[in-house]
Design a protein around this ligand. Structure first.
Ligand code: SF4
Length: 283
């Protein structure tokens, strides 16, 4: 048997383009990574909740401006969030023209009213964070020094784009925006690995060790600090290696879930996740 040349293997892998979004897709379903890499397109199901998530992400980018003008007036925070939401709704089709092409006014209105319902809770949580940590500290966690920067690590052969970079305690750290629920404590495991992968990119870009980043749970106005440890880094490298294998042609197992119901690869994949999901509604 010929000896394995690990240096060649590493070089071969680095030649395959990989993005942090591939790792996120792997968390959702490894098979989607496989099909996308074979040239198929993943067509998003543009529902009201899809648009809602786009609106929430844009709205979250304005939280730092809203916090910086805060002056212990409940209605002030709520009104400013409402004004920002109107601005975001006016601009969202200009910011995401491809995703929102041909979307109906009804869907847009449904999404806007769903986000409007979140505003009170967002204001309560941002105000609570101001009282707990102070305005300046909160601002240093959420105020972007760069939005959507493209980062690259030649050592990892990985690119990625955090929602923003913030300057906290004099250090540049990444922050990601999530639109789902937040856990009781800390952040979800996949969110930690997401921030961890971005931290590894920031370290190479800025040539400094980074120990933590932030996750903003936009729907609730909750910001969580996440410390990334050696074991998280180990897991990220392990997952990256699995994604490399998929990109090099290994077909992964199906990961049947409710996601299958909205996945345009369902026919070729042969997953019966749709049945799982429908059955779970009845039993
Ligand atoms: S149908 Fe389900 S298992 Fe198959 S690729 Fe889509 S999400 Fe993955």
């Amino acid at each position: 048997m010929p000896a394995i040349n690990y240096q060649d293997m590493l070089q071969q892998n680095i030649d395959v383009k990989m993005n942090v979004s591939d790792l996120l897709m792997y968390f959702r379903c490894p098979r989607q990574v496989y099909y996308l890499n074979r040239g198929y397109e993943l067509i998003p199901d543009v529902t009201s909740s899809y648009i809602e998530n786009l609106l929430l992400k844009e709205l979250a980018l304005a939280y730092s401006d809203i916090v910086s003008t805060y002056s212990s007036n409940d209605e002030g925070m709520i009104n400013n969030l409402k004004i920002e939401l109107c601005r975001v709704c006016d601009n969202i089709e200009l910011i995401h023209p491809a995703e929102l092409e041909g979307v109906s006014t009804k869907l847009m209105e449904d999404a806007k009213s769903a986000v409007s319902e979140c505003i009170k809770e967002i204001a309560i949580n941002l105000e609570f964070a101001i009282v707990q940590h102070g305005k300046e500290d909160l601002l240093s966690c959420i105020n972007p020094v760069k939005i959507d920067p493209i980062l690259y690590s030649s050592r990892m052969g990985l690119t990625g784009m955090p929602a923003k970079l913030v300057c906290h305690d004099g250090k540049i750290v990444p922050s990601v925006i999530k639109t789902g629920k937040y856990p009781e404590n800390g952040v979800w495991n996949n969110d930690r690995l997401h921030v961890g992968a971005l931290i590894m990119l920031v370290e190479e870009e800025y040539e400094k060790t980074v120990e933590y980043g932030f996750v903003e749970y936009a729907r609730y106005g909750v910001v969580r600090k996440v410390i990334v440890r050696a074991n998280d880094r180990r897991q990220i490298l392990k997952i990256q290696n699995r994604v490399w294998k998929i990109k090099n042609g290994t077909m992964p197992d199906k990961k049947e879930s409710e996601l299958c119901e909205y996945c345009n690869f369902l026919d070729m994949c042969g997953a019966c996740g749709i049945k799982v999901s429908l059955a779970s509604r009845f039993f």
